[in-house]
Design a protein around this ligand. Structure first.
Ligand code: NCD
Length: 306
């Protein structure tokens, strides 16, 4: 049942449901640049509330909603809203609940989307809760792997960078562990994947942890690169110690498998230099554009009439 469903954690979705979203996203692809001819969400209003910076996630949700015929309400900048007066998240959610048919929320606190879903009758979509989860990014990441490599099962995926604070890694690795894949976690000691996530994944599939990307590049089908999440470090000195620790070079990729793809949720800082952009392995811009059909699929499934 998709109608009016909250999308808070990727863990709430089964393999079958994940594949259902990917399949629906594939059907939305022809309309991703032109708009859906039937405008199935013509009478709906989608609200976007972003308490943290965003370019892709907010704009692709808004674009996806509009492509389906919905109208969009955006909280806009926090300084110009009552958040600046100290309004609590639960009060804001109670109000937006009566102004819209779905709420897309990004917030710096882990668990914020779950809390919001308890105060809202309309569906809440988690667009990132602190270092917690980012389930719709996961669905577009999985869509990208599926489209580029033909399937998810049988693949080896390596995550590199900030695996401690990177919520896209937390969500995606969890979802991938439902499939028949091998995962590699490549990070400095300070930025290792949280133990509880690793333990959970290891129950189902093989996992390898290393600091050394050179050592395992030949084993990968997907290299998922992430930004060091500067804003989540309690101490900026700790950030400085690990800033710039991995930089992807063409020489590294040339040692990889023939069909290796490089992904990144973006924004990038210095971990992928521009010289990689024109290599056949670079799929991160394609990945970002996949945000439209995937978010169209999600909105249509939870707000549409079918
Ligand atoms: C990511 C995020 O916000 O978690 N960005 C995104 O949504 N595409 C990754 C990041 O900020 O590094």
């Amino acid at each position: 049942m998709w109608l009016n469903r909250d999308i808070v954690s990727i863990g709430d979705l089964s393999v079958e449901e994940i594949m259902e979203v990917l399949d629906r996203a594939n059907k939305m692809l022809p309309y991703a640049s032109t708009g859906h001819p039937r405008k199935p969400l013509a009478d709906k209003i989608v609200a976007t509330l972003f308490y943290e910076p965003s370019t892709r996630t907010r704009l692709s949700f808004e674009s996806a909603a509009m492509r389906l015929g919905a109208r969009v309400l955006s909280l806009g900048s926090l300084e110009e809203s009552s958040v600046a007066k100290g309004e609590t998240l639960s009060d804001t959610i109670r109000i937006i609940n009566s102004y819209s048919d779905a709420i897309v929320l990004r917030h710096p606190s882990e668990g914020a989307a779950r809390l919001a879903s308890e105060y809202a009758d309309v569906p809440v979509i988690n667009a990132g809760d602190g270092a917690g989860q980012h389930p719709t990014q996961t669905l577009l990441d999985m869509f990208t792997i599926w489209k580029e490599l033909g399937q998810i099962n049988g693949k080896s995926i390596g995550f590199v960078g900030d695996l401690k604070y990177g919520r896209t890694v937390h969500s995606l690795s969890k979802a991938l562990s439902l499939f028949d894949v091998s995962l590699y976690f490549i990070s400095p000691e300070e930025l290792k994947i949280p133990k509880h996530i690793k333990r959970d994944i290891e129950k189902r599939i093989p996992v390898k942890e290393t600091k050394n990307l050179d050592e395992i590049i030949e084993s990968l089908d997907v290299l998922y690169v992430t930004r060091i999440q500067k804003e989540r470090f309690p101490d900026i000195e700790e950030y400085k110690k690990v800033a710039g620790v991995y930089v992807i070079r063409p020489s590294l990729l040339s040692r990889g498998r023939k069909n290796l793809i490089v992904m990144h949720p973006l924004p990038r800082v210095d971990e992928i230099p521009a010289e990689i952009d024109n290599l056949p392995q670079a799929k991160y811009f394609k990945q970002a554009s996949n945000g439209i059909p995937v978010r169209m699929a999600i909105l249509d499934m939870i707000l549409g009439s079918e």
